[in-house]
Design a protein around this ligand. Structure first.
Ligand code: BJ8
Length: 387
């Protein structure tokens, strides 16, 4: 880990360390709410005095167990998440007093029905279109979540508490955004692998004040590294943007080889990255309306149409001076797989840069094949540079 302060290790290790912190939280008698998706308005959970924690599983350990209940031909993220609940192997799931899920893709919403037999699961009815009716429906769903949390934890969620936590979460978003924007620098002072580790680590860090302080220090340090030209990355390294499905379970086999072979990932459009963090919640609006607008506007492929994702991508390609786009599609994720047709067109025709789509799952069986394809892709990017 070149030039990185020791704080990086803390983020990098946050998922593992978070287990102990989660236990401490439970030992103090505080509540924990497991969430699966970027659409969950976590401000409401904080306003209930509880701690949101990400439950998306990122390895295939429990998939064989999950496949006893779920079809094999299902997205690995869904199978792994359910498998961890089924086997009680994820401490975050174990410590969650409540789980919140949304009606996003078909696989996830049907899995939640089974999950509801194991854990107290509250489902939010997420509309799949962005219009006035959807906004009204989503506001009602946020109100229902408030009622659920109030009853479950015997608390009152006031407008004041919502406003306070909107500010609190916006603060975190601003700092995380400043952090991932370091990828705009040429050369970036930090690898994409390291950026991803920090963004992922934030999902498992409960003390947000401390997290913000550490991040601010790290940003200052990395800006200094860039200014003094002391970074580990060559200014000629092909600059890659990753888009598509969440990559928590596959970044080791996608991002690592890309960077070991001389490329650098400078932007992540996926959840955990820009998709979720780019837009703040409007602090001047009525809290529930502001939350509904922000979350309904997330450009995920479960929305129809999903033009926001195309717009974001075009802007990112310019802002981050992207040389090539890698789209990750998890096996059996129909919504991202279908969108990849238009994403390819935008990248290769409108922006005239190379694009590659990788369909993969959580196993290691295609590791070698992905590496070969990444090598060829980087070769293509290098040859484009010279034409
Ligand atoms: S906001 S990306 S976290 S839905 S589970 S859609 S990969 S088939 S995760 Fe997602 Fe929320 Fe959207 Fe983000 Fe496909 Fe798998 Fe479904 Fe998935």
């Amino acid at each position: 880990m070149n030039n990185l302060p020791k704080d990086f290790e803390i983020f990098s290790d946050a998922r593992r360390q978070g287990f102990l912190k989660a236990k401490e939280i439970k030992d103090r008698g505080e509540n924990m709410v497991g969430v699966f998706c970027t659409y969950t308005p976590k401000e409401v959970i904080y306003a209930a005095g509880a701690h949101p924690v990400s439950l998306c599983a990122s390895n295939d350990e429990t998939i064989p167990e999950a496949e006893k209940h779920l079809p094999k031909n299902l997205c690995p993220l869904i199978k792994a998440s359910y498998g961890f609940a089924l086997t009680d192997k994820c401490p975050y799931m174990y410590f969650s007093d409540l789980v919140v899920g949304e009606t996003t893709c078909d696989g996830k919403k049907k899995m939640y029905e089974l999950l509801g037999e194991i854990k107290d699961t509250h489902i939010m009815n997420l509309p799949n279109m962005k219009n006035e009716e959807s906004l009204e429906l989503w506001k009602k769903e946020i109100e229902k979540l408030i009622t659920k949390l109030e009853n479950k934890f015997n608390v009152e969620i006031t407008e004041e508490k919502l406003k306070e936590n909107i500010k609190f979460c916006n603060e975190e978003r601003k700092i995380l955004k400043e952090f991932y924007s370091l990828g705009k620098l040429v050369p970036p002072p930090i690898s994409g692998y390291e950026i991803y580790k920090v963004l992922e680590g934030a999902n498992f860090t409960f003390d947000k004040k401390e997290q913000n302080e550490r991040l601010t220090k790290m940003i200052e340090h990395l800006k200094e590294v860039h200014k003094n030209n002391e970074g580990p990355i060559s200014k000629n390294a092909p600059r890659i943007l990753i888009t598509g499905c969440p990559i928590g379970g596959v970044y080791e086999k996608v991002v690592k080889p890309l960077e070991e072979l001389g490329g650098v990932v400078v932007a992540f459009e996926n959840c955990s990255g820009i998709k979720n963090l780019e837009e703040l919640v409007d602090e001047s609006e009525t809290p529930i309306t502001a939350l509904a607008k922000k979350y309904l506007n997330i450009p995920c492929s479960v929305m129809s149409p999903n033009k926001g994702r195309e717009e974001i991508l075009k802007n990112l390609i310019d802002e981050y001076q992207i040389d090539g786009v890698v789209e990750v599609v998890l096996q059996a994720c129909h919504t991202y797989a279908v969108e990849s047709y238009n994403i390819r067109k935008i990248v290769t025709k409108d922006k005239e840069i190379p694009y590659i789509a990788l369909e993969t799952d959580y196993s290691q069986t295609d590791f070698g094949q992905i590496k070969i394809r990444m090598e060829a892709f980087l070769e293509l990017l290098r040859s484009e540079e010279h034409t």
